[in-house]
Design a protein around this ligand. Structure first.
Ligand code: DAH
Length: 345
């Protein structure tokens, strides 16, 4: 009796060895048959009841060996068949298929305009100075010759940080002048592009956030003629070789004398008529000779050095460059608007 029971184990072992599942489906059948909850090895464990005591140990070891053999075969085949399936999937790849298009973004028209301006000034030796948008009162106002009780502070409605009288969103890029002069001695020749903030009503023509490019040139013997020539060069590079400029006397606390510069666009096109309010002249910047007090505030000897500075608005130039009618479009980030600039870098 025990001999036949033992021979059942041999048959089972031989059957397991003979199995040749050829794919993962067949392997699953193998698993159910030998390792599943109702597998055919299980009853052989039950047989141990009928084995005489002296053979029980040997029987137990054999039946375990059968189970282990099934387990091992399953793991081995699983690895083999899975690898084969992966290889087959790789071979299914069509190497001649066209690639997936990679969606490319586009630069923002303000960035494009700013980069144009930067390149123009870089050609005559200006370097970019980048600085913070959250600024302190000293760099934004006091250093720029605009102490606390100065009426010029009312010219720019300032966003202060909550509960602060000291920290603010810079109202102009002129704050970078102070940042640079405090740690650099002349010659200084920088432009500072960036975003500025003012508490103004949003409309088609103005916004509470906008962009400026600041310029600063400090050295021995810098004159108003240098300023004028630099600005004329800029206007011709930006608006064409025929561009005309005019400087109107103005007032800024940080420059003396001060001026505002207009570029002549004419009124031939409706857009130029609108943009220049019918005059043909577009105001694009404020400028002047750096007030000696500003130089001294920042640790520069005003008896030895002079300088000029300017600050220009970017939005108006971008409106003109790209024929856009409303400044708010720059800040809405509607992708249908932005995608139109994909061709330019
Ligand atoms: N900061 C001035 C503004 O935002 C513009 C400006 C005027 C900048 C004269 C200058 C300057 O550097 O010299 O209105």
């Amino acid at each position: 009796m025990s001999a036949t029971t033992f021979s059942k184990l041999d048959e089972m072992m031989a059957a397991i060895e003979a199995e040749q599942p050829g794919d993962l489906d067949a392997l699953e059948q193998f698993r159910i048959k030998y390792l599943g909850s109702k597998n055919i090895i299980k009853p052989l464990f039950g047989e141990i009841r009928n084995i005489p005591n002296e053979d029980k140990k040997a029987y137990g070891q054999r039946v375990n060996a059968v189970k282990e053999a099934a387990e091992q075969k399953f793991q081995q085949l699983k690895q083999q068949l899975e690898m084969a399936a992966e290889d087959a999937a790789v071979q299914d790849i069509d190497l001649t298929a066209p690639g997936e298009p990679m969606p490319l973004g586009s630069r923002h028209p303000i960035a494009l305009t700013m980069n144009r301006i930067i390149r123009i000034f870089e050609r005559i030796g200006f370097v970019v100075a980048d600085d913070r948008e959250i600024e302190d009162d000293w760099h934004n106002f006091t250093a720029m010759n605009t102490p606390e009780d100065h009426p010029a502070r009312d010219m720019q409605d300032t966003f202060y940080l909550q509960d602060s009288t000291e920290m603010l969103l810079r109202t102009h890029t002129s704050s970078v002048q102070a940042r640079v002069m405090k740690h650099t001695q002349p010659p200084i020749r920088i432009i500072a592009p960036g975003r500025v903030y003012r508490n103004e009503t949003v409309s088609a023509r103005s916004h509470c956030q906008f962009h400026q490019v600041e310029g600063l040139y400090v050295d021995e013997g810098v004159s108003f003629a240098d300023l004028k020539q630099t600005l004329l060069y800029f206007a011709r590079e930006m608006f064409g070789p025929e561009a005309k400029i005019r400087l109107r006397p103005s007032y800024f606390p940080f420059t003396e004398p001060s001026a505002e510069m207009d570029v002549y666009l004419g009124t031939d096109t409706e857009k130029d008529y609108r943009l220049t309010k019918g005059t043909g002249w577009l105001e694009i910047l404020g400028c002047g000779m750096v007030d000696p007090a500003v130089l001294e505030n920042c640790g520069i000897d005003s008896t030895r050095y002079t300088g000029f500075a300017f600050g220009m608005g970017i939005e108006r130039q971008a409106l003109r460059l790209y024929d856009i009618g409303d400044i708010r479009l720059f800040f809405e980030n509607d992708v249908r608007f932005l995608r139109q600039f994909a061709a330019e870098f």
